[in-house]
Design a binder for this molecule. Structure first.
Ligand code: TXE
Length: 493
């Protein structure tokens, strides 16, 4: 291992309260968080119950109804958010280590990308905090009317484990800028960095009660958020199955506003005129980045028949050379899957693919004798209705298919219940324009993939959910419009 992660949860040995804290921790329910490289326990985390969520919601409600946060000017909120962002930058190494050890993510990638980008997301929305305003309207009758943009209130955030830091800040940053207060539940697999962020928020000067982090399980703490009567909106990222439960709970409780960013089975369509070298790179990164645990992973790749043979050969060569191993090692390109459950789910899809009659071109096996490592895996001879072409596997497993015509490619690409993203590789502008307008998905990348920026809205069509993250669209999830109308007598106009 090139770098050793710090041991974040250990108390300094000089701490005079060590034994009493240990006793206190033992009094509460707790759960283990696991290092997926080895299956070993990293730390025990207090488990949030329904009652804990209720306490957090009460704190958030108090902070919203009578605390300073929603009443500060946008400039004042922005100043604190900027400080929060600077504190993230000052702690990059520890934060990168927390996400790497908890989620099996590449340490160097967290350090170069996940953590600094999250700080910038905070800065982007800090910049928007003083630009939130309504409009003056000109109704046809003799009224003066205007709109106010008011914070929606107390928000519940439920986030997944694949990007513990990015997911935290994609939810929290616009919500803070809007002047809301919130309760956030990190995924049970990856609670560590969220707890550190709560600590940094306090150091930055975010007032008590504004940002409450409660670790715990989905069925208990998560369900308590989605069914709570005093939460005004819930913002969720995770599986389509859980998204459905959250909507049901919202409908059965107080009809809180719901936004969902769910799964995907995104197509990457490569046409005959593509540069094969670049196209194979895109296809490989599209499925192997973050070990395939990415909602927009290009898990279905369609290649036009003229270049198919050469493309397949090059892609397989590259997949075989891809380095799987300890995610703290700088030379490694792919770490372990997040946990045993996800590891077993991926392996069972690989077995299913073989049984369905797809051709296994490379991979398919586990790596090493401990931890949750899986080889980059490519199947060809895919039919659109195969399970491995329909279900979100969320691992390093690619389904490769040859096509003849543009119509055939569009039909196959749209043959999915999901609609999160799609990639198109071609030099032909007409093809790029036609395909991008024909694919039912929220994000289209032409000659690129994973092109995320803070000001580019992101979200799904179909069963990939609704509502948008990033951009000013995300800010609007946390605001509501109030129309104010007054009659004007004897107007000269
Ligand atoms: O997801 P869940 P899981 C997909 C991916 C993966 C599959 C299962 O295909 O293999 O989902 O992963 C909380 N009420 N994605 O089981 O259950 C849970 O505690 C309220 C795609 O981990 O959706 C966690 O915080 N909350 C996805 C969060 O929901 C509940 C990222 C996500 O967990 C809950 C993750 C309930 N009843 C998985 N049950 C993406 N879109 O990026 C669970 N949770």
């Amino acid at each position: 291992m090139a770098q050793h992660p710090p041991s974040p949860m250990s108390l300094p040995s000089s701490s005079p309260n060590y034994s009493s804290m240990e006793i206190l921790l033992n009094q509460f329910q707790s759960f283990e968080t696991i290092d997926p490289r080895t299956g070993d326990v990293i730390a025990r985390i207090s488990e949030g119950t329904k009652e804990d969520i209720d306490i957090a919601v009460k704190a958030a409600r108090r902070a919203f109804d009578s605390g300073p946060w929603p009443r500060l000017s946008g400039t004042e909120r922005a100043k604190i958010m900027m400080k929060f962002a600077n504190l993230i930058d000052e702690n990059i190494e520890e934060l990168a280590a927390l996400d790497a050890i908890d989620a099996g993510k590449l340490y160097h990638m967290c350090k170069a990308l996940d953590i600094p980008s999250a700080a910038n997301t905070l800065r982007y929305y800090a910049g928007a905090a003083d630009k939130i305003h309504g409009n003056v309207l000109k109704p046809s009758r003799q009224f003066h009317a205007y709109t106010l943009m008011e914070p929606i209130g107390v928000v519940g955030h439920i986030i997944p484990w694949n990007f513990p830091t990015s997911m935290f800040f994609v939810k929290v940053s616009p919500c803070l800028a809007a002047g809301c207060t919130m309760v956030l539940k990190p995924a049970e697999q990856t609670p560590l960095s969220a707890l550190f962020y709560a600590h940094l928020a306090k150091l930055a000067g975010i007032p008590d009660g504004v940002l409450n982090v409660v670790p715990g399980f989905g069925e208990i703490a998560g369900a308590a958020i989605s069914s709570h009567m005093d939460i005004d909106a819930v913002s969720f990222t995770g599986s389509t199955q859980t998204g459905r439960k959250i909507m049901e709970a919202a409908a059965k409780s107080n009809l809180k506003q719901v936004s969902l960013e769910l799964g995907g089975k995104s197509p990457l369509i490569i046409f005959d005129d593509a540069d094969i070298e670049k196209a194979t790179e895109l296809a490989l990164i599209g499925i192997l980045f973050n070990k395939g645990e990415v909602c927009v992973a290009s898990s279905r790749v369609f290649v036009q028949e003229g270049i198919y043979g050469e493309f397949e050969k090059k892609l397989v060569e590259k997949a075989k050379a891809w380095v799987v191993g300890d995610n703290f090692d700088h030379n490694v390109q792919q770490g372990p899957q997040v946990d045993k459950k996800q590891f077993e789910k991926i392996l069972s899809y690989i077995e299913h693919g073989k049984r369905e009659g797809a051709t296994l071109l490379t991979g398919g096996k586990t790596v090493g004798n401990k931890g949750y490592f899986i080889e980059p895996t490519i199947f060809s001879n895919i039919k659109d209705d195969m399970l491995i072409a329909q279900d979100e596997i969320f691992g390093p497993v690619l389904a490769l298919k040859k096509f003849k015509t543009i119509e055939e490619a569009i039909k196959s690409a749209n043959n999915t219940r999901y609609g999160l993203a799609a990639g198109i590789v071609t030099k032909n502008l007409d093809i790029a324009n036609t395909v991008s307008r024909s694919i039912r998905a929220g994000n289209i990348w032409i000659n690129c993939y994973f092109a995320f920026e803070d000001d580019i809205p992101f979200g799904g069509y179909k069963m990939s959910g609704f509502g948008r993250e990033y951009g000013l669209e995300a800010l609007h999830k946390y605001l509501q419009v109030k129309s104010v109308v007054t009659p004007i007598y004897n107007s000269p106009w």
